[in-house]
Design a protein around this ligand. Structure first.
Ligand code: URA
Length: 199
């Protein structure tokens, strides 16, 4: 059994927050264990909770359309979420739920070692960059600790707002170039400016 499959088994029975009592199924995430790109959504919704798979409802259909617009199928990328269990009525995840779940996504990223991570929406962006806003950072690649991050609006938000839909479509089209750059290998660290010696 792979380390990632073992992790899925632990996630499926995780008791670490109250969502474990209301969930039908935990949704660990899915995709190739060596995926180059990892998409990170917010939390499972109704359909995901029923099936135990991420992004299988309307937002998932849009995600698949967007992937196909850049020549990718969903089975070529990894798809996960910040929290693994559905909040009742799809309410926003609570800080204590995000904290209780943090270890799972952390471990997934360590195991998969993606070249590019795409945080989808504000909760996912905040998980990686707590001080950033999705309105400012979407569509802009940022390199940190060996990974390129390319935040985008959440596909569920894009389903209801034409401007976000245009934005996420444009941001997706930038993704192949980011992946190309990431495949070139680790970026040169920019050296700190030399301290001037003052005698
Ligand atoms: N929205 C998410 O953020 N994640 C899912 O898995 C489905 C919808």
């Amino acid at each position: 059994m792979s380390a990632l499959t073992e992790l899925y088994e632990k996630i499926a029975i995780c008791p670490d927050c109250d969502l474990s009592r209301s969930r039908n199924r935990a949704v660990p995430g899915e995709g190739p264990e060596n995926a180059e790109i990892v998409f990170v959504g917010e939390a499972p919704g109704f359909y995901e909770d029923q099936q135990g798979r991420p992004f299988v409802g309307p937002a998932g259909r849009l995600l698949e359309e967007l992937l196909s617009s850049i020549g990718l199928r969903r089975d070529q990328v990894y798809i996960g979420n910040v929290i693994k269990c559905r909040p009742p009525e799809n309410r926003d995840p609570l800080p204590k739920e995000i904290d209780a779940c943090r270890k799972w996504l952390q471990r997934q990223i360590e195991l998969i070692k993606p070249k590019v991570v795409v945080p989808l929406g504000r909760f996912s962006l905040a998980w990686f960059f707590p001080n950033e806003s999705i309105g400012r950072m979407h569509g802009q690649a940022r390199f940190r600790d060996g990974i390129y991050y390319m935040p985008m609006y959440h596909p569920a938000a894009a389903l209801h707002a034409a401007n976000m839909r245009r934005s996420i479509e444009e941001d997706f089209h930038k993704l192949p170039a980011v992946l190309e750059e990431a495949r070139k290998g680790p970026k040169e660290e920019v050296p700190e400016p030399q301290q001037m010696r003052l005698f």
